[in-house]
Design a protein around this ligand. Structure first.
Ligand SMILES: Cc1cc2nc3c(=O)[nH]c(=O)nc-3n(C[C@H](O)[C@H](O)[C@H](O)COP(=O)(O)OP(=O)(O)OC[C@H]3O[C@@H](n4cnc5c(N)ncnc54)[C@H](O)[C@@H]3O)c2cc1C
Length: 465
């Protein structure tokens, strides 16, 4: 991500935290009041703030981290090209607002190659084998779909038992790689309600760069965690280490795990049903291990995406030679990814090297240059990757988006069909901002909301996240 606005705190422990301002108000003190205060400067928070600004109301965003973006973070320092540590892909180009926003911001849009390859040991799957795998995926999806019409159980419990050699790969593609969770932990209804993710489109400068760019004109205060929120039906006071902000409404966009962890205290307490809903929409695990492999030792093409035929959860997805560079990312997810990331970056890099060696031979990895790995479960202001409803818990998404006094929750977890995505987070932020604007009388009921998305299509599970 672009670091030009970033300044690091030098205050020693015990000193009050000094807020860092983005949005062209660097050096200003934290405003004491606003019409609406937004908690969090990820996609949902930036979308909400832009909507409030567009309605000519005073908004302030408080962000706990020292940069904008939340789970959209682009690392522009480690490698020769920007590397998205969080969200990378935008789907559904016909309806996804992020693509239009990226173009309008002057960023470059690139479409990933449509064909993804499957490795079986050291060779590529033959056409017939790939067909077999796709047929297994169709059968697995159909079984989940059928079950979702009757009850809300786990996806794993309804999978056909005869997927044979493709069972592990189907589990990875539909579960860990799609939702950050194994299928035993994912609700069939949540999975089926999820909107199709067709074409995978990236932003050359990075999705984190895009969110940071979209937040440039927003009054926001970085390194300013909301510690406590006192709320009622008419106003709200947000307490931060830099002072209090009084507002007539609040939009709260922190992740379901941050909310459920009780990292923000509420006075009075928020309803138990809200906290229960957040807990049932806990975040799955999804991390990227980046290796710089000069000289194309894997012998792959630009932007090749590769998965393997696997009979266990100990597997990954490779995105190779990103943008024709020597950068490769190995994505790990679900219970295996969670356990691996808990062991630290060195263990993650060791797994990536071992996995690539298994698939491409021992000589392939002699020249590994730079490496890095994300650990989203340990990131204190995210505590995970993306939400997926536990079996039986799909209604939690609606519950999580219920207003609480003059507070409106937003974020990917509140979106019923675009959960786990940036565009879902963005749309939820706009919706919550509109509800907050209505509450303070700044938007009449007749005024149009942000354009609704096209009706939900069935989600085909592309093996990319
Ligand atoms: C590795 C990975 C890969 C992904 N891949 C994709 C993908 O390819 N495509 C896709 O569409 N989506 C993807 N996602 C999901 C996507 O990143 C999220 O759905 C989306 O970014 C969530 O945005 P949000 O605004 O809801 O939440 P967040 O981005 O989490 O924003 C919440 C903000 O609140 C801040 N905050 C937390 N606590 C406080 C506090 N007390 N006070 C103030 N601020 C606070 C946080 O720092 C954060 O900035 C991926 C996620 C990960 C982790």
């Amino acid at each position: 991500m672009t670091m030009t606005r970033r300044r690091f705190l030098s205050a020693s422990a015990g000193l009050a935290v000094t807020p860092l301002f983005g949005g062209g108000v660097v050096g200003a003190t934290l405003p004491r009041e606003a019409d609406i205060v937004v908690i969090g400067a990820g996609a949902a928070g930036i979308a909400a703030a832009r909507r409030i600004q567009a309605a000519n109301r005073k908004v302030i965003v408080v962000e706990a981290a020292s940069q904008i973006g939340g789970r959209c973070q682009t690392d522009s320092a480690t490698f020769d090209l920007p590397f998205d540590r969080g969200a990378r892909w935008m789907h559904n180009p016909e309806t996804n607002p992020m693509i239009k926003l990226a173009r309008a911001a002057g960023l470059e849009i690139i479409t990933a190659p449509s064909g993804q390859k499957i490795r079986i040991g050291r060779r590529n799957a033959r056409a017939g084998e790939t067909e077999e795998f796709l047929a297994a995926l169709v059968r697995a999806n159909r079984a989940i779909d059928d079950a979702s019409r009757r009850f809300d159980v786990s996806c794993a419990s309804v999978l056909p038992k005869d997927l044979g050699d493709w069972a592990g790969t189907a589990e990875f593609v539909l579960g860990a790689n799609f939702a950050g969770k194994d299928l035993k932990d994912v609700s069939v209804i949540d999975k089926i309600r999820a909107q199709d993710r067709n074409t995978a489109i990236a932003c050359r400068q990075g999705l984190g760069t895009l969110i940071a760019r979209l937040g440039e004109q927003i009054p926001l205060s970085l390194s300013t965690p909301a510690n406590r929120i006192a709320w009622g039906s008419r106003d709200v006071t947000v307490e931060t280490p830099a002072g209090k902000i009084a507002a007539r409404a609040a939009v709260i966009t922190v992740s379901s795990n941050v909310l459920a962890a009780g990292n923000i205290k509420f006075t009075p307490d928020i309803p138990k049903r809200t906290l229960d809903a957040a807990a049932k929409l806990s975040l799955g695990s999804y991390d990227r291990i980046a290796l710089q492999l000069p000289g194309n030792p894997l012998g792959l093409s630009r932007d090749d995406i590769i998965i393997e035929q696997s009979n266990s959860t100990r597997t990954a997805l490779l995105f190779a030679n990103i943008g024709s560079s020597s950068l490769c990312s190995i994505d790990v997810a679900g219970s295996f990814g969670r356990d691996l990331s808990a062991q630290g970056e060195a263990a993650m890099v060791a797994f990536a090297v071992e996995w690539l060696t298994k698939l491409f031979g021992s000589d392939a990895l002699k020249g590994v240059k730079k490496t890095t790995a994300t650990r989203w479960n340990a990131a204190p202001f995210a505590l995970g990757a993306m939400s997926a409803a536990a079996p039986g818990a799909q209604p939690s998404r609606k519950i999580l988006s219920e207003p609480i006094g003059c507070m409106y929750l937003a974020g990917e977890a509140t979106h019923e069909t675009l959960w786990g995505t940036v565009d879902g987070a963005w749309e939820s932020g706009e919706r919550a901002a509109e509800a907050a604007l209505r509450r303070i009388g700044a938007l009449r009921d007749a005024e149009p909301e942000a354009p609704a998305r096209a009706p939900k299509q069935r989600r085909r599970s592309a093996p990319v996240n």
